[in-house]
Write a protein that binds this ligand. Structure first.
Ligand SMILES: Nc1ncnc2c1ncn2[C@@H]1O[C@H](COP(=O)(O)OP(=O)(O)OP(=O)(O)O)[C@@H](O)[C@H]1O
Ligand SMILES: [Mg+2]
Length: 258
């Protein structure tokens, strides 16, 4: 059984009297411990798929099965319990957190809300989470706006793993970071995946990063799957028009060519 199975997912938006199909008939699966990348041009539906999988928005059609449940049919306490198992990291953690909140507070929330640990045990859990993502425990009392972008993204990852998820949706999670910090965060993600067998739905417009971290990739074009397969095979020899165009436009990939 796959960890996540998405079948015939469709999401339409109405804008100015017209209907736009942001996601059309998209199907895919993710196995435990696997990284599936979604790539494609701006507006191709990547973030919409992320929000659908997280149930932040509801689809117009299709099915989502997560850990054997009909995810779209879940409600109440069953949905809350499942929500702990699928977490997210977005591009801009400053927008995702209250910037005046302390690091400790940001990490305490999921532990409290999902009942992971009683109050007395939570400071110890927070210290362990910080250590797990390579941050010093003395960062705990600092405010989110007082730490660096790379540190903030580590805090976002610590928050995501606090509830022991089986799937993390990463929407351009490393895109805003400079190259060396990006490499460190990607290493951390790969480490966590190896140790905790977490699966990633990894959204990125950077095919170089996708090629380096993803097992499989789906290339989206205007809300539809244009091409999918083994990440290296697809990126090294794309078959679809959009795949060819994306690879031709990827500077770091071109430079590596003979
Ligand atoms: N809330 C919304 N209301 C109306 N249209 C929307 C909404 N959210 C997204 N769209 C439209 O749906 C399409 C897909 O958007 P989406 O954000 O999923 O693209 P994306 O692939 O994540 O793009 P980017 O690479 O720029 O982040 C776009 O045409 C977008 O304008
Ligand atoms: Mg997006």
């Amino acid at each position: 059984m796959s960890l996540l199975t998405v079948s015939n997912l469709t999401k339409r938006y109405s804008r100015g009297g017209k209907t736009l199909a942001a996601v059309s008939d998209v199907s895919f699966h993710i196995e435990p411990g696997e990284t599936l990348a979604l790539a494609g041009p701006s507006g191709s539906g990547k973030s919409t798929i992320a929000r659908l999988v997280l149930r932040l928005i509801e689809p117009d059609g299709g099915r989502i099965e997560f850990e054997g449940d009909d995810f779209l049919a879940l409600g109440g306490s069953a949905l809350r319990a499942r929500r702990a198992r699928v977490q997210m990291v977005f591009q801009d953690p400053l927008a995702a957190f209250n910037p005046r909140a302390t690091v400790a507070r940001v990490l305490d929330d999921p532990l409290r809300i999902h009942g992971v640990a009683p109050r007395t045990e939570r400071p110890r859990r927070i210290a362990a989470l910080l250590e797990r993502v390579g941050l010093a425990a003395d960062l705990a009392p600092r405010a989110i706006h007082e730490i660096s972008g790379g540190q903030r993204q580590r805090v976002a990852i610590a928050r995501a793993i606090a509830t022991k998820p089986s799937l993390i949706v990463l929407d351009e999670a490393v895109s805003a970071l400079d190259v060396s910090v990006r490499g460190q965060i990607l290493d951390l993600l790969l480490d966590l995946q190896r140790e905790e067998r977490i699966a990633y739905l990894f959204i990125s417009h950077d095919l170089g990063v996708v090629r380096a971290v993803a097992h499989r990739v789906i290339l989206l074009d205007a809300g539809r799957i244009a091409e999918s397969g083994d990440a290296r095979t697809v990126i090294d020899a794309p078959q679809s028009a959009i795949g060819k165009a994306l690879v031709a436009a990827a500077p770091r990939l071109n430079r590596n060519r003979p």
